[in-house]
Design a protein around this ligand. Structure first.
Ligand code: AP5
Ligand code: ZN
Length: 216
């Protein structure tokens, strides 16, 4: 299956993607995680992305689209993938459409996670991620690690993302409404969108997502 996951910052895209990708046996491709991995490795791409990410702005399309396309071209993604955080504006959605057409692939579904803004703010404020791998995600209250400050998966140190500061979160939400939300209509026109509530426990949301995907 080829799926796009969309939703505001802190909606739980990364959290759900980890379970969904496992259930569907496809790789979880998160552009935010790819940028953070590049940043911690000190690559040129990571350095370019950092200034935009810490300001809560989108990394330019020239950088993002090429990175996403080369990740989708890796062998593990040949049978399908779950995209998280990409596409994030109309130009990226059009570039993805063109890429899929050129490579003879098509999307099966766009899953839209809906969460009220006050919940998003609570989720982001308590989020802690792993220094070794930013897809290892915890929450001080809702998904507390067994040992405070230590990743349950790999033992790495947990920290708060720089872009999770209040004023940057406000900017990210603004960018989500102005740049990313329009892609929902873009995909509605293709009959691909299913909207689910992302409120409730993590496993309840996963169940909702799985049954929405089965219906397609
Ligand atoms: P990215 O890393 O994609 O961040 P985001 O979209 O803002 O999403 P988040 O990672 O903040 O949230 P999430 O929905 O994954 O929530 P999570 O599962 O962690 O992007 C960061 C930046 O990179 C962008 O601002 C931009 O600069 C750049 N970038 C990335 N992609 C780009 C692109 N395509 N183009 C240009 N720039 C790009 O959950 C949040 C918290 O809630 C966690 O603590 C979790 O434990 C908790 N939680 C999750 N589910 C539940 C639940 N059901 N109940 C209670 N708590 C829950
Ligand atoms: Zn870890």
């Amino acid at each position: 299956m080829r799926i796009v996951l969309v939703g505001p910052p802190g909606a739980g895209k990364g959290t759900q993607a980890a379970f969904l990708a496992k259930n569907l046996a496809v790789p979880h491709i998160a552009t935010g995680d790819l940028f953070r991995a590049n940043m911690s490795q000190g690559t040129a791409l990571g350095q370019q992305a950092k200034e935009y990410m810490s300001a809560g702005q989108l990394v330019p399309d020239e950088i993002t689209i090429g990175m996403a396309k080369s990740r989708m071209a890796e062998p593990d993604a040949s049978g399908g993938f779950l995209l998280d955080g990409f596409p994030r504006n109309i130009a990226q959605a059009q570039a993805l459409d063109a890429h899929l057409e050129e490579t003879g692939q098509k999307l099966d579904a766009v899953l839209d996670l809906e969460v009220p803004e006050d919940e998003v703010v609570r989720r982001i404020a308590g989020r802690r991620i792993c220094r070794n791998d930013s897809s290892h995600v915890f929450h001080v209250e809702y998904k507390a690690p067994k040992t405070p400050g230590v990743c349950d998966v790999c033992g790495g140190e947990l920290y708060q993302r720089e872009d999770d500061r209040e004023e940057t979160v406000r900017k990210r939400l603004e960018v989500y409404h102005s740049e990313t939300e329009p892609i929902i209509d873009h995909y509605k026109a293709q009959g691909l969108v299913t909207t689910i509530s992302a409120l409730g426990a993590v496993d309840e949301v996963t169940q909702r997502a799985m049954s929405a995907l089965r219906r397609d």
